[in-house]
Design a protein around this ligand. Structure first.
Ligand code: DGY
Length: 318
């Protein structure tokens, strides 16, 4: 009998073709929107494998609805804060994700946000489009450059290190980082510092850590108050930032410029006050959105599903 597999979205084209070649009893959500929770709870009943995205909450309720035959869950994401890992593992279900493959795409976009925020790209584009562009003027739309500045990386994992590599090419003079543990032989030669030091000494701060109980809301009003008027970029998860506090910090001019690829909630409603600040650049969670990376992510996820269904160790296992 073919294994029952639930896939919660249409995949990028090559991965979608590969999926359709499999001998699966497949239910795939066909709309270009998240599968509604009640449909997910209904469709997961009796499945052997679940291919999900970061938009689906994987919790006790869902696992109960699935039933004891569920062998493998594979998320098409590197982040897994949407999954109750403990609950999944305690039921002996294999769990896979997509590390490494989105490092370059996400690091590129993080750099884009850092440069875009510090060089006032939002204001510059609006000025050109809105007819505010007058004669060349020496002080108009000046931002700051990275030459000899200090970069602070929160979370020196794969993505943090790749962001550091890239930003060093823009002249960054010193790299510091904070996180759970020191990485003594990191290739950036970055110094491990307490979070408070990172806040006080960085000209550019990039958030590249996972969202956990320890990092949730770590960028609150107190943290913003301790920063120099730096460039602040978050391409990790919205929950790491206390968003109301960020709004307050922007109002009080505590932060120089902000670049966000992640927010709470997602999507961030167009009426949200964060959009009103000319020095706050917001993108709709597109860090890994390149054709190459999304194909790779979907293929890795499918690889995890295929291995799990054969009771083999997952190639990319949490
Ligand atoms: C992830 O995979 O966790 C990213 O946030 C989306 O690509």
């Amino acid at each position: 009998m073919s294994p029952k597999v639930l896939v919660t979205r249409i995949l990028p084209p090559q991965a979608q073709s590969r999926l359709l070649e499999q001998d699966f009893d497949l239910y795939q959500w066909q709309e270009d929107a998240c599968i509604p929770r009640h449909v997910l709870l209904e469709k997961i009943k009796g499945v052997d494998a679940l291919f999900c995205l970061l938009t689906e909450k994987i919790d006790q309720e869902l696992l109960d609805a699935a039933g004891p035959q569920l062998k493998v869950i594979a998320t098409m994401s590197v982040g897994y804060d949407h999954i109750d890992v403990q609950a999944v593992k305690s039921r002996g279900i294999l769990l896979g994700y997509t590390p490494d493959v989105l490092t370059d795409a996400t690091a590129d976009l993080t750099v884009l946000l850092a440069l875009g925020a510090s060089r006032r790209i939002k204001e510059s584009i609006c000025a050109a489009e809105d007819g505010q562009w007058g004669k060349w003027a020496p002080t108009w739309l000046c931002g700051s450059q990275f030459t000899n500045k200090t970069l602070g990386i929160v979370g020196l994992g794969r993505i943090g290190e790749a962001v550091g590599d890239r930003l060093k090419a823009f002249g960054i003079g010193r790299v510091i980082y904070s996180g759970r543990s020191e990485k003594p032989r990191n290739r950036l030669g970055a110094e491990f510092v307490p979070f408070q030091t990172l806040l006080a000494e960085s000209d550019v701060i990039v958030v590249c850590c996972a969202l956990t109980k320890d990092t949730e809301n770590m960028f609150n009003y107190e943290a913003f108050s301790r920063m120099k008027k730096s460039v602040f970029v978050n391409s990790a998860r919205g929950g790491i930032v206390h968003q109301d506090d960020l709004v307050r910090a922007l109002k009080e001019n505590l932060v120089g410029a902000v670049g966000l690829d992640v927010t709470t909630p997602e999507p961030l409603p167009p009426t949200h006050p964060l959009y009103t600040f000319p020095n706050c650049l917001i993108l709709p969670h597109v860090g890994s959105a390149t054709f190459e990376t999304r194909e790779n992510m979907a293929n890795m996820t499918l690889g995890n599903i295929l291995a799990g269904l054969k009771n083999e160790p997952l190639p990319y296992s949490i």
